[in-house]
Design a protein around this ligand. Structure first.
Ligand code: TRP
Length: 447
């Protein structure tokens, strides 16, 4: 449930609808589902197994498994990916918190479609407000990681995720009663493949990595906490089903409403933030529904940010103890968890401020080829860094593990049927690396 809590987050409710909306709806959904099947299952199992086998998080796990240190770059890549994701994820979480506060104050009542769109722009371009609202969830996350209460996440996830699901089901019911909702359903479920370009396939792959939290070692840590007799294949299936269900539900809520209220499906990152308040205004007990929904959204975001920050904190702890020696030849003492949280928060905090400045147009030098840092971080991590780390993990675990010791990772025994184990190895060795390379080359126009 904790892994599902990490997977289910803004990736499902915010990012999935907006990318699907930009890329033609139904056809994107199909390609996304294919990616989930191709990459999700083998890579989730791999990360869980690496963690379960080594009992460590990314840095220590790669060290323990590889013997010669040649694959250590993977853990650096994972850490850097976590850092950049945090650099934009907290900003979106900040939007959620902002909307939660506004829901409490009942700001949205009576706002028209245009007013909601204008309202989001006003919020997102208000520099001090955005800085405050993205630092708030960061501080909350740091507090959880600081006290190492991650095991409490499991309990939290068990109660709040079903609640979020229930709330979403109610919203589906309401949205489907709107006049004109069928246009949105057709947009989301009827595949028009003419909109599909190599670039779109790449985005679908990136979204699959992002949504399932794979390709940056976050789930290695969760694997390390698994009891020895846990069935890794079954757990992976559960995480995938739940995560995909929430993404599809989000689509079924957003798109009918987009068309019924006259929004633009290709609105971009603000899509759900302009559409959701419009839907919530239509729910009975509007105030309660709005506050409850945005509160649950904030919690869903926080269970994800905790797993992101944990990657970097654990990395700093483990790496600081393992790298180099002191002058007198003694091994260095690892930094404490608390120091590591402080370093992480400081770095992420600076990154967030820069990112906000670049988004609100306060700093033109903080853009890369016309894209602001938010867009760069989002795109770079999903479309380049996570697929690259996943490729690395697939090759490393599938082909390069030392015969002694390491090979156990490839054997997900414990209750897993033999054919499943065989299919897993085949997928990891062949399908995952080949598919990633093909999608890369294709989007670069090489194929
Ligand atoms: N999967 C989360 C979401 O959908 C985001 C996330 C949390 C993540 N932890 C991660 C993505 C680790 C990649 C890796 O919102």
């Amino acid at each position: 449930m904790a892994a599902a809590g990490s997977a289910v987050g803004l990736g499902n409710i915010w990012k999935f609808p907006y990318i699907a909306g930009e890329n033609g709806g139904g056809a994107f959904l199909i390609i996304y589902l294919v990616c989930v099947l191709l990459f999700g299952m083998p890579l989730l199992m791999t990360e869980f197994l690496i963690g379960k086998r080594s009992g460590k998080s990314a840095f220590g796990a790669f060290r323990e498994l590889n013997g010669n240190g040649r694959w250590q770059w993977l853990s650096w890549l994972c850490m850097l990916t976590a850092l950049l994701i945090m650099g934009f994820y907290f900003i979106v979480t900040g939007w959620c918190f902002n909307y939660l506060f506004e829901a409490v104050r009942n700001t949205f009542s009576g706002m028209s479609t245009e007013a909601l769109t204008a309202h989001f722009s006003a919020v997102a371009s208000d520099t001090p407000r955005m800085i405050a609202f993205s630092l708030l969830p960061m501080v909350l996350t740091a507090a959880v990681v600081w006290f190492d209460v991650n095991k409490g996440i499991e309990r939290l996830s068990k109660i709040l995720m079903p609640l979020l699901l229930g709330m979403m089901l109610l919203m589906v019911g309401r949205v489907l009663m709107l006049d004109g909702s069928n246009v949105g359903m057709q947009f989301f479920f009827r595949a028009d493949f003419s909109a599909i370009t190599p670039r779109v396939v790449m985005e679908a792959m990136g979204q699959c990595f992002f949504s399932l939290s794979i390709g940056m070692g976050a789930l290695i840590t969760y694997g390390a906490y698994m009891p020895k007799n846990q069935n890794v294949a079954a757990t992976s299936v559960q995480v995938i089903v739940l995560d995909t269900l929430v993404a599809i539900l989000a689509g079924v809520i957003i798109f009918p409403a987009v068309f019924a209220f006259g929004f633009n499906p290709a609105e971009g990152p603000q899509l759900v933030f302009v559409v959701l308040p419009a839907i919530l205004q239509q729910m009975s007990l509007t105030w309660v529904s709005s506050v409850l929904f945005f509160a649950l959204l904030c919690v869903a975001a926080l269970t994800s940010t905790i797993s992101l920050m944990e990657v970097m904190v654990a990395f700093i702890c483990e790496a600081s103890g393992a790298l180099g020696q002191r002058k007198n030849g003694q091994p260095r003492r690892a930094l404490s968890r608390q120091k590591s949280v402080m370093i992480t928060s400081a770095v992420v905090g600076v990154l967030l401020v820069l990112c906000v400045l670049s988004m609100t147009g306060k700093a033109d030098w903080l853009t890369i080829r016309g894209y602001n840092l938010f867009e760069c971080f989002d795109d770079m991590t999903a479309c380049v860094m996570m697929p690259l780390a996943a490729l690395g993990m697939a090759v490393f675990v599938g082909w390069n593990l030392p015969k002694d010791g390491g090979r156990g990772v490839l054997n997900p025994s414990q209750g897993v049927k033999r054919w499943v184990g065989k299919a897993y190895i085949f997928a990891l060795r062949w399908i995952v690396p080949l598919a990633i390379v093909i999608i890369f080359l294709n989007s670069l126009g090489v194929l």
